[in-house]
Write a protein that binds this ligand. Sequence first.
Ligand SMILES: Nc1ncnc2c1ncn2[C@@H]1O[C@H](COP(=O)(O)OP(=O)(O)OP(=O)(O)O)[C@@H](O)[C@H]1O
Ligand SMILES: [Mg+2]
Length: 252
Amino acid sequence: MSAISIHGVTKSFGDNHVLRGIDLEVEPGQVVCLIGPSGSGKSTVLRCVNLLETPDEGTITVDGAELTDPDVDIDEVRRRIGLVFQQFNLFPHLTVLENCTIAQLKVLGRSAEEAEAKARINLRKVGLAEKEDSYPHQLSGGQQQRVAIARALSVDPQLMLFDEPTSALDPELVGDVLAVMRELADAGMTMLVVTHEMAFAREVADHVAFMDGGVIVEQGPAAQVIDTPQHPRTREFLRRVLHPTEVTLAED
Ligand SMILES: Nc1ncnc2c1ncn2[C@@H]1O[C@H](COP(=O)(O)OP(=O)(O)OP(=O)(O)O)[C@@H](O)[C@H]1O
Ligand SMILES: [Mg+2]
């Protein structure tokens, strides 16, 4: 059974047809990267998987649970999904440790002792064990994003959705976050990742899907899509992402 199975999903906002029939599978333990230009619908796909948006047509199944099935407990499905966004959205008035325990206490009903033990395990995983008493504003962006990953992990998600987790970071902080994501992938976490980091996609993803204009134009094994793209739109996008200065000069 697929971890995530997306079939024929469409979504419009008014007459803006944002998703025009999306088919995508994520198998357990796989890392799938979604790439494509701004406005192509990548975030909307992720938001549909977590039912932050409801598809107009099509089906999305998460671990066998069909999200539009009225008998499915959506909150229960959501609890299996860890989310990490571009903006880290940590609770500013809570310490790092408290950010990583609050959902465990409020949603899972764990004891404080159990929640703190779990939080510390995950903070160690992201390399921030020594920051547990800090507040978010005392951390760099990269550290805050790593706390956000530890927080998402603290409720033991079965899969993780990442939406451009490094796009808001200064370049020198990107590597630490990608390293944490790579370790998660190596540990077997199922991940659907929207990213502009092509080297990460090339090396870590099993499967890459290129979106443009609300459709998946091309998808396949990461090396195939990134090294030998078949569709002209994929080639053009990759050329712009991989060689931005070259394009700027050519356009002048
Ligand atoms: N809640 C909404 N209401 C109206 N329009 C929306 C909404 N969410 C997204 N859109 C529109 O849907 C289109 C796709 O947006 P989406 O955020 O999915 O793109 P994206 O590929 O993630 O882009 P980016 O790389 O800039 O994040 C855009 O035209 C956007 O304006
Ligand atoms: Mg987006």
